[in-house]
Design a protein around this ligand. Structure first.
Ligand code: SAM
Length: 633
């Protein structure tokens, strides 16, 4: 059982070891009337250094167990005992899109009674997702809720909508409707006529246990360096052709460019082995690098090609205007109703007709590059005019009145996107280096894709997070577009993409030969709770290891391989993918030269600064990502 202490609005759990240090300090003080020195704490707990003692003391101070007023040796003092109360953790709550029901668990937490107020009944929930980050509520936090069925404007509430979907949001009443407002600028509010309030948030509790444990066991092997200069907060990310189509987990162009400029030079040939929509390839072209891109999602290939093929903007505009002229003249009888599974579930009839006319008009364009480029705007139009919720990457259908009222202006949406995209292409055409080339390969990066051994000067990439079912579903995101724009011979094949991606098929069992202690430890922790999820994680890492081997094969000796990765949480276990990659890569023949941690833009800065030399002790790693810099030996 964890010990909890609460102060201000955020509270931190303390680990068993911290609890033992606290007991030692308390007993020592009783006996000697002064606190032990850091050296004494080091000796007592056989710690590596006095800085580790200091780390424990400062954690206990942060958690409010030790007073903070002095910073002198032996000057720590304990705080008085508090009356504690046990609160049930009823399960998980989505701080993102609503989830079906709150699942039941039998866990409890113990917290100080005076911190949550004397009145009312309380329960706690584990937070999933990142829609409340601007309120300081992060993925993995526990929120304590006071039960009540009314709330004041602006309070953060547990709300149940559409019968049985629960979500954590700020509640506002406006013009006779309720607005459930995410505290994350990248997400949209939810509007409802009716909302059932199940309570308001009174406390947020942050779990540092797992990170701390990792930190203690391995602080010599790798070091994460936090470097906020990589954040590029507030900078434009949609210049040139970068903004022509949404894609999950795209590179920030600035990060791609900085890596390219640091680890390659003009005229070099680079490769992005998980190129997605091609952000690194666009940057390569702009700064004079030749580039290969590899991806296993056909829509990604289509987008990457369109983004990196320069087109004369005058010719493009002429074709676009002619297309607008043609589309209005196409009669219903001239179009073929597309045929793929569930088309009527995802699109209204009249939307299908309008989309089919638009597609016919685009297909009539003779120049293939122009046709493909305008097809990108069409693909966005497909998504925006479908019956899906556009705020997310998974396919979720809108419901009820919203669905009934859904009447998209298909040609209007297309025009908006096409015109924005033409402006982007105008800049790309002007700035792209004329003598650089881009080659895009539809293939599996864990296999040989025909790129010669020792031929690449630099690899820059960002792999997927893990299995698509629980993280980003690239295939699912791409499905409707892919079906409409014919990137598959049989459009029904589009639903199989996610299974083929890294980690798409769980390993049969947990036996493996991967040499990574970090992976082993994560798998053990996850398997204790859920063996199937551990097999998913293993499958992803087995695939990733094969990709690292292929990367080693194609890279020239002494050259760099940079991976931008997220350390995701599975069953409350933070998987240190950056360290796992470093370990696996070093076995293959790379040296890990750097691990830089950056904040993911649009997400808040960490509430507290984290120690830079304690592995795994970073807070809120899903709001951050690591740039692992490897060098081939
Ligand atoms: C994080 S995304 C890359 C996004 C990209 N950096 C961008 O800016 O658009 C990861 C990509 O890996 C691809 N992928 C997953 N497994 C793959 C595999 N085995 N081989 C090649 N690509 C794969 C996915 O289709 C996805 O496009």
């Amino acid at each position: 059982m964890y010990t909890f202490y609460l102060f201000s609005i955020i509270a931190y759990m303390i680990t068993k070891k911290q609890s033992r240090v606290l007991d030692f300090v308390t007993d020592y003080k009783k006996k000697h009337k002064y606190a032990p020195s850091l050296e004494e704490i080091k000796r007592k707990f056989k710690l590596a250094s006095v800085s580790t003692s200091h780390y424990y003391i400062s954690k206990l101070q942060d958690a409010g167990f030790l007073n903070k007023e002095h910073n002198q040796p032996r000057a720590v003092s304990t705080v008085g005992a508090k009356q504690m109360i046990e609160i049930p953790i009823l399960g998980a709550i989505a701080a993102g899109q609503p989830i079906e029901a709150i699942e039941i668990s039998d866990e409890t937490i113990t917290i100080a009674k005076d911190e949550i107020g004397k009145q009312g009944k309380h329960y706690a929930l584990r937070v999933q997702g990142s829609s409340m980050i601007d309120e300081g509520i992060f993925d993995g936090d526990i929120v304590v809720i006071r039960k009540q069925d009314v709330a004041e404007n602006g309070q953060t509430v547990v709300a149940v909508i559409d019968d049985n979907e629960a979500t954590l949001k700020k509640l506002y009443r406006e013009n006779g409707k309720f607005r459930l407002q995410p505290a994350n600028p990248t997400l949209f509010p939810i509007y409802r006529d009716e909302v059932e309030v199940r309570g308001v948030v009174v406390k947020i509790i942050r779990n540092l246990e797992s990170q701390l444990d990792q930190g203690q066991s391995r602080d010599e092997k790798y070091v994460r360096k936090i470097d906020y200069s990589w954040d590029y907060r507030g900078e434009k990310t949609k210049s040139h052709t970068h903004g022509i189509h949404t894609y999950p987990a795209m590179f920030i162009p600035q990060v791609g460019r900085r890596l390219l400029e640091t680890y390659s030079k003009e005229g070099d040939t680079i490769c992005d082995i998980f190129c997605g929509s091609g952000s690194a390839l666009v940057e390569s072209r702009l700064i004079g690098r030749n580039a290969y891109g590899i991806d296993l999602n056909p829509l990604a290939i289509f987008l990457a090609k369109a983004k990196t093929t320069p087109i004369n903007p005058q010719k493009l505009t002429k074709e676009y205007l002619a297309l607008l002229d043609r589309v209005g003249k196409i009669k219903d009888s001239e179009i073929k109703h597309p045929d793929f599974k569930n088309i009527d579930f995802w699109f209204k009839d009249k939307v299908i007709v309008k989309l089919a006319k638009l597609k016919k008009a685009i297909r009539e364009i003779k120049d293939e590059s122009i046709q493909n480029f305008l097809m990108v705007a069409f693909s966005e139009t497909v998504r925006y005019s479908s019956n899906t919720k556009t705020g997310e990457f998974k396919l979720v259908r809108v419901k009820g009145e919203k669905l009934e009222k859904h009447d998209p202006d298909v040609v209007g949406i297309f025009r908006k996107h096409a015109e924005k995209n033409i402006a982007g292409m105008t800049n790309f055409y002007k700035d792209a280096k004329k003598d650089s080339w881009t080659k895009i390969i539809y293939g599996d990066s864990s296999k040989d894709n025909g790129i010669k051994a020792n031929s690449i000067d630099c690899i820059i990439t960002s792999p997927p997070y893990g299995d698509s079912r629980t993280t980003v579903a690239y295939g699912q995101f791409s499905r409707l577009s892919a079906q409409w724009i014919d990137v598959f011979e049989d459009p029904n094949d589009a639903s199989g993409v996610d299974n083929d991606l890294l980690g798409g098929r769980a390993s049969k069992n947990l036996t493996h030969v991967l040499s990574s202690d970090y992976l082993k430890e994560s798998l053990e922790k996850i398997a204790k709770q859920d063996e199937a999820r551990a097999r998913d994680v293993l499958s992803f890492n087995v695939g990733l290891n094969e990709c690292l081997k292929q990367a080693y094969r194609i890279l020239k000796p002494k050259k760099y391989f940079c991976l931008v990765v997220g350390n995701r949480l599975v069953k409350q276990v933070r998987i240190p993918t950056d360290f796992i990659i470093a370990e696996l890569a070093e076995k293959i023949g790379f040296t890990c030269e750097d691990i830089i941690v950056r904040n993911i833009p649009g997400k808040r800065m960490p509430i507290k600064n984290s120690p830079t030399n304690i592995v795994g002790a970073l807070e809120e790693t899903m709001n951050k990502e690591s740039i692992v810099v490897l060098r081939k030996n």
